[in-house]
Design a protein around this ligand. Structure first.
Ligand SMILES: N[C@@H](CCC(=O)N[C@@H](CS)C(=O)NCC(=O)O)C(=O)O
Length: 218
């Protein structure tokens, strides 16, 4: 029997769920996966009785209860320490860029929501979103220059990559102008087996879960 459960939202749209799911899968936790179709905009009533903050991801594992993707990520790193870089200085850097993602880039998240099944080139380019994109490209370039790529901290996919995986998905969907180095990083993350699996499972979700606000953005 599984040691708990991971509650997530619609894979096509739920960027925070993707972060938590990647952390849990990278750590190899034995948990049942429960997918709740999102209503969008915080209106998913089913979550109010499941998750303490009414949001996904939410993890129950071996007596522990965790909400907030960053708390789930840190818990997973306790179970599998290799999810952060081994070097102390690199680990500090990885934690900082992961925390910056968790705390920020709201303009990008609002202007270019995650939708794994669509393509919206040229749309969503508000000045604020473009400023967020510039900062993200600078973070990725610095990390990859220091650690050699293809991921942010070298050859291994860490929790820093998990935190930015939904940004990769946004860039693939919304196609802002990006550097060659950023494109190389998008390809590396998109090709990771867990990311590929998430995309495939998103594509198999029922059509009834589609939300007009994300399929036909203004
Ligand atoms: N700060 C939270 C954000 C979680 C969040 O906003 N999750 C969204 C889905 S991506 C949610 O649960 N929305 C509830 C809803 O749409 O009803 C985290 O890091 O986990």
């Amino acid at each position: 029997m599984a040691k708990g459960r991971l509650v997530i939202g619609t894979k096509r749209y739920s960027s925070w769920s993707l972060r938590g799911w990647l952390a849990v899968r990278l750590a190899g936790l034995d948990v049942e996966e429960v997918v709740i179709p999102l209503a969008g905009g915080g209106g998913t009533t089913a979550l109010k009785t499941i998750s303490p903050n009414g949001m996904v991801p939410y993890l129950e594992h071996d007596g522990a209860r965790l909400w907030e993707s960053v708390a789930i990520a840190e818990y997973c790193a306790e179970q599998a320490p290799g999810l952060w870089p081994a070097d102390r200085v690199a680990r500090a850097h990885a934690r900082s860029v992961a925390a910056e993602m968790h705390a920020g880039f709201r303009a990008l998240r609002m202007a270019m929501p995650m939708n794994l099944g669509r393509s919206f080139p040229g749309q969503g380019r508000t000045p604020e979103a473009l400023a967020d994109i510039a900062r993200i490209e600078a973070i990725w370039a610095e990390c990859r220059a220091q650690h050699g790529g293809p991921f942010l901290f070298g050859a291994g996919f860490t929790l820093a990559d998990a935190m930015y995986a939904p940004v990769v998905a946004r860039f693939i969907t919304w196609q802002p102008e990006l550097s060659a180095g950023t494109h190389a990083y998008l390809e590396a993350v998109r090709a990771h087996p867990l990311v590929a699996r998430w995309y495939a499972e998103a594509a198999a979700e029922p059509a009834a879960w589609l939300l007009d606000k994300y399929e036909n953005p203004a």
